[in-house]
Design a protein around this ligand. Structure first.
Ligand code: SF4
Length: 488
């Protein structure tokens, strides 16, 4: 295990190895490939390592948890190869609901009691942060001692100040509970606190480590902007969440790129809304590097931009259309029209990209058979212009959005729509979809409170398969999988 970890670290550029008085284990509840593609995770890694008294060392969910358990290996950090359970603070970055079982695996492998309420002065303080805290951290909160709500750059420093200034678990947690942006479940109870926003002077955030073993291999990650100024009703990152869109200076983006970077990933919820995007991408591509964008709106595409992306290594042009029909997109305030998507297909063809991929949600509130018929007709039309693929996700309503509390469309409904799409678009459109069953699990957790932490732990203890989740969700008050009563 240690040999394997050493090989991975030896291929990295930018690893920070240092000794300090206090140690934070920064744990990602998914494997290395996903962890090192997370910009937020890398930003916190650098910030903590900049503190005189602290070092941050990374650990991730092992690829094969069973192998770790069988060998009785404790989860250890990559930099110091020290046990996660021996750290002073163990901090997790949670991206979405279905990563919570991975967090339980990591706690279990570290020998740390799963629940905050079960921990003693001998145990580290467990902190949870990350994208999930923008919507609903409650189902993960009983496993945390502290939840950092929203953007963590400044909050994490204040949290560590409070930790340093007090002794004893109870005193530390009481002091941390007074820090803005820190939610301490044992003090605040079952309550959603507002999310924090970092100061603009901290932008653009950029990655620390480049590695060939990440999903975004050999890529330097840097923010082109943060947040979004739009108001799609299903989206957690809409403008009301963390103060709208904050643009990064193009000069600062380019200056952040290290010599070792073969590719540059421009990160942000609404990257293609950056008014200088074409110029930034052109400079990157002209320097001989590949480029990747974390989001691309169809109505922001131009021949120039798509041509630059093709030069920067793009083979697939991916845009989100979200609603199945023009009417639904309008209701979702997505403001993407058919003409934008058709234009995207022409751009993809002109730049000789392999495929146009459309992200789509089904089971959106108010969706009817006519909307699905419109989607099928539209896909047939687009597939005559260029090769088309659909990436489909069943709609899962999230807290902290206008569509909060809308019910799940139902597993039979979602499977029925998928069956129809596959049948009527066979041979013309490649269709990939998130499973209806797991979307239903995600919906229950996303909408839940502390009781969904009980359900998650129960499902995890029973092996984590779908039937274990189904039993656990029923036992702890979730909604029946076939119930469409609240879906309208
Ligand atoms: S879906 Fe995209 S454009 Fe819409 S609010 Fe979210 S980030 Fe902004």
């Amino acid at each position: 295990m240690r040999e394997r970890a050493r090989r991975v670290v030896s291929d990295e550029v930018g690893t920070i190895v240092r000794e300090a008085r206090f140690r934070m284990a920064l744990v990602y509840p998914s494997p290395y490939r996903a962890a090192m593609s997370s910009l937020g995770y890398q930003i916190i890694y650098r910030i903590v390592n900049e503190r005189e008294l602290w070092s941050a060392e990374r650990a991730m969910l092992p690829e094969d948890v069973g192998e770790f358990r069988q060998g009785r290996w404790p989860l250890f950090t990559l930099e110091g190869e020290t046990a996660v359970g021996d750290a002073d603070v163990v901090a997790f970055s949670l991206a979405y609901e279905l990563e919570i079982p991975g967090l339980l695996d990591c706690l279990d492998l570290s020998g740390i009691p799963l629940r905050g309420a079960e921990r003693s002065d001998e145990d580290p303080i467990v902190v949870i942060g990350g994208p999930l805290t923008f919507s609903n951290p409650l189902p993960s909160a009983p496993f945390a001692d502290v939840v950092v709500m929203g953007e963590g750059e400044e909050v994490v420093g204040c949290l560590l100040d409070a930790w340093e200034g007090h002794s004893g678990r109870a005193e530390k947690l009481e002091a941390i509970a007074a820090v803005a942006g820190c939610y301490v479940p044992s003090v605040h109870g079952e309550l959603l606190l507002p999310v924090a926003a970092a100061d603009n002077v901290l932008l653009p955030g950029c990655g620390q480590i480049i590695t060939p073993h990440a999903e975004l291999a050999n890529m330097h990650l840097v923010e082109a902007e943060r947040g979004c100024h739009r108001k799609c009703t299903f989206c957690v990152m809409r403008r009301s969440t963390n103060g709208g869109m904050r643009l990064a200076d193009p000069g600062a983006i380019i200056a952040s790129i290290p010599d070792a970077a073969q590719r540059v990933g421009l990160v942000g919820a609404a990257v293609s809304d950056h008014p200088k995007l074409c110029d930034i991408v052109e400079q990157i591509v002209d320097s001989g590097r590949g480029v990747g964008l974390s989001s691309l709106r169809a109505d922001r595409l131009s021949e120039r931009l798509v041509g630059l992306l093709a030069r920067g290594g793009y083979r697939t042009l991916t845009v989100a259309s979200d609603g199945a029909s023009e009417r639904l997109r309008k209701e979702l305030q997505k403001v993407i029209r058919e003409e934008h998507l058709i234009r995207a297909a022409h751009f993809a063809a002109a730049s000789e990209l392999r495929v146009l991929k459309l992200y789509m949600m089904i089971g959106v509130p108010g969706e009817t058979e006519d909307d699905i018929t419109e989607l099928i007709d539209f896909c047939k039309e687009v597939s005559q212009i260029h090769r088309l693929a659909l990436g489909i996700a069943p709609f899962v309503s999230k807290r902290n959005t206008p569509l909060d509390k809308h019910g799940f469309a139902g597993i039979p409904y979602v499977n029925g729509v998928l069956k129809r799409l596959r049948k009527e678009l066979r041979g013309r459109v490649d269709i990939r979809s998130v499973s209806a069953r797991w979307a239903w699990v995600e919906w229950n957790v996303a909408q839940g409170g502390f009781s969904m932490a009980d359900a998650t732990e129960s499902a995890w203890r029973a092996g984590g398969g779908f039937s274990a989740w189904k039993r656990a969700i029923a036992e702890f008050g979730g909604e029946d999988e076939s119930d469409r009563a609240s879906w309208s």
